[in-house]
Design a protein. Structure first.
Length: 36
């Protein structure tokens, strides 16, 4: 049970980091397009 909970928290953390990274990447791409 404990290992399953740990895995769940790890996957959630990875997903949140992935989402934040994607948002930053999209913002950078949009700003580059706008600057050009």
């Amino acid at each position: 049970m404990i290992s399953i909970i740990a895995v769940n928290t790890d996957t959630r953390l990875m997903m949140s980091i992935f989402v934040i990274f994607n948002r930053l990447l999209i913002r950078m791409i949009l700003t580059m397009k706008w600057s050009k």
